[in-house]
Design a protein around this ligand. Structure first.
Ligand SMILES: Cc1cc2nc3c(=O)[nH]c(=O)nc-3n(C[C@H](O)[C@H](O)[C@H](O)COP(=O)(O)O)c2cc1C
Length: 194
């Protein structure tokens, strides 16, 4: 049982060009519930998710394009076309925000962000395990003032962390080369770095 869970983890790929239909309701509930088991110092539950479906996905894309222009950083025609081309088939975006508590002096903000990120990772893994495609993006005006604000995440109380596109896998999903863990892991013993 554990082996098959690990092989599922090892075979995950981000899939940007997902298409409809979106995960069916029972699957979506499991995917979102997976975020609730993320490690979370102090049980702060800082993660917040907003579901954006169907035509609202394209509307969000247009908002991001307008916002970039209003902020003096207009997308090139080519970039705007590629955003529209991507979103026209995406059935569901999950907007991700991390709630900040300015009065909390014990647990640093970075830990809230890490817990929220771990929640998103669980969403990506659960989607993959259930046979869906998922992709985390911090495009679409994530770092603008307007887009998070329009989604109800004001700058004071939230750190906006982007969008997860969720949907049905395309016909072909290329496999990716992954580095060997050995490049990133070493052993420490007392005195070994002296
Ligand atoms: C917080 C976060 C934000 C990301 N934002 C973008 C993005 O805006 N554009 C992009 O091309 N990839 C972005 N990525 C990377 C993709 O989600 C994905 O991880 C990458 O394409 C590698 O695919 P893999 O997850 O299968 O290794 C982001 C990843 C993370 C963790």
């Amino acid at each position: 049982m554990y082996m098959s869970v690990v092989s599922t983890l090892l075979s995950r790929n981000s899939v940007k060009f997902v298409k409809g239909p979106a995960p069916k309701q029972a699957d979506l509930e499991q995917i979102l519930q997976a975020a609730m088991v993320a490690p979370d110092h102090g049980r702060l539950r800082p993660w917040r998710f907003k579901l954006i479906r169907d035509e609202s996905v394209q509307a969000l894309g247009e908002l991001a394009i307008r916002t970039a222009e209003a902020d003096g950083k207009p997308l090139t025609d080519q970039k705007a076309a590629s955003v529209r081309m991507w979103l026209k088939n995406v059935p569901l975006l999950v907007a991700v925000a991390c709630q900040i508590d300015h009065s909390d002096e014990k647990i640093p903000e970075s830990e809230r962000l890490l817990a929220t990120g771990a929640g998103v990772m669980n969403i990506l893994n659960a989607a993959h395990a259930l046979g869906y495609g998922a992709y985390w993006s911090t495009g679409l005006g994530t770092y603008s003032h307007t887009v998070p604000e329009e989604l109800g995440f004001d700058e004071l109380d939230y750190r906006f962390m982007g969008f997860v596109a969720l949907g049905t896998l395309p016909e072909r999903v290329p496999t990716k080369e992954r580095p060997s863990f050995e490049e990133f892991v070493s052993e420490w013993k007392p005195g070994s770095d002296l």
